[in-house]
Design a protein around this ligand. Structure first.
Ligand SMILES: Nc1ncnc2c1ncn2[C@@H]1O[C@H](COP(=O)(O)OP(=O)(O)OP(=O)(O)O)[C@@H](O)[C@H]1O
Ligand SMILES: [Mg+2]
Length: 312
């Protein structure tokens, strides 16, 4: 069963000067029960806006969506009780302990004390629950937010950039919690601009660019949709020049190991014949497994405002 379905979902923000920004442009995706679905895109690509529409705090300007099959406003209110979402780090009280902060959230949601303890246990904060929120590290704050999201034991968990700003250890902790939730059969929809996070955490992915979906599928499908080859030749400059002229080549890049060419078809024999015809004899020619990162970069080329973080 599809837990989330969107049909041409669109959001255009009006601005004060009378211009408008098309933040989400006809997004159509389906998230099935039990999937860990990564909504991956550079900064400003419309991730938060899409999530805002799903959780009901932003009104779409076009298209529609269903949650658990419901699409009418009154039905959406009812099914949203089966959903837990974290948008930004919620407003916890800094002078109150983590536990007391969760008690406040639990009172609003009508959740009992044992469930609070379970959620603290889940996010690894049981030991620090009686410490004040303001003493928490960023990673602990994000985990407390996750605990608050899980209080009502939602079937669908929506997380906007859960690993944002965390160090590798903090990211690993979040990843571990997501794994546990997935193991319990939860459906998880998370946004990220960190593609290795998505590659490690998610079963499915949609890559979004400037509000539009550029590709979607299982992580393996999205990765294998692009074929590439690694080549080596004595005269690398001549090899690169020839590859750049090859009609099936979509990108040519030098690497430490040789030259990587992305291809529209996986016919390496044809590539070899072409190069031989150009008088280039390769010492190495093999399929090259692209990572999600390669595919993401191919698909979102030119929007690298956020990508510097990858190097760090
Ligand atoms: N309230 C608003 N009014 C006008 N424009 C907005 C508003 N909120 C977002 N935008 C614009 O809509 C586009 C998408 O923004 P959004 O926050 O959804 O992207 P995002 O993918 O979540 O980005 P990030 O990775 O930075 O969180 C951006 O161009 C942004 O400037
Ligand atoms: Mg955002």
């Amino acid at each position: 069963m599809a837990v989330i379905e969107t049909f041409g979902l669109t959001k255009r923000y009006g601005t004060r000067r009378g211009n408008s920004v098309l933040a989400v442009d006809e997004v159509s995706i389906a998230v099935e029960q039990g999937q860990v679905f990564g909504f991956l895109g550079p900064n400003g690509s419309g991730k938060t806006t899409t999530i805002g529409m799903l959780v009901g705090i932003i009104n779409p300007t076009g298209g529609s969506f269903r949650l658990f099959g419901a699409s009418e406003p009154q039905d959406l209110v009812a099914v949203r009780t089966r959903l837990g979402a974290t948008l930004e780090t919620p407003n916890f009280y800094p002078y109150m302990t983590g536990l007391d902060n969760l008690r406040v959230a639990a009172a609003i949601k009508g959740v009992s004390r044992p469930r609070i303890d379970e959620c603290l246990e889940l996010v690894g904060l049981a030991d620090r629950a009686r410490h004040r929120f303001k003493t928490y590290s960023l990673g602990m704050k994000q985990r407390l937010a996750l605990a608050a999201t899980m209080l009502n034991d939602p079937e669908l968990v929506i997380l906007d950039e859960p690993a944002n700003g965390l160090d590798p250890q903090g990211m690993r902790e979040i990843r571990e919690i997501i794994r546990i939730l997935a193991g319990r059969g939860k459906t998880i929809f998370l946004s990220s601009h960190l593609l290795w996070e998505v590659e490690r955490t998610c079963t499915h992915v949609a890559i979004v660019r400037k509000g539009r979906i550029v590709t979607t599928g299982t992580v393996a499908e999205v990765v294998s949709a692009g074929t590439a080859a690694l080549l080596r030749a004595e005269d690398e400059d001549a090899l690169v020049a020839a590859l750049e002229e090859y009609p099936e080549a979509t990108s040519v890049q030098r690497s430490d190991n040789g030259v990587v060419v992305a291809l529209t078809s996986g016919d390496l024999a044809a590539l070899n014949r072409y190069l031989a015809g150009m008088g280039i004899h390769v010492s190495h020619l093999a399929p090259y497994r692209q990572s999600l990162e390669d595919v993401f970069i191919d698909l979102t080329e030119g929007d690298f405002g956020s990508m510097t973080e990858i190097a760090t």
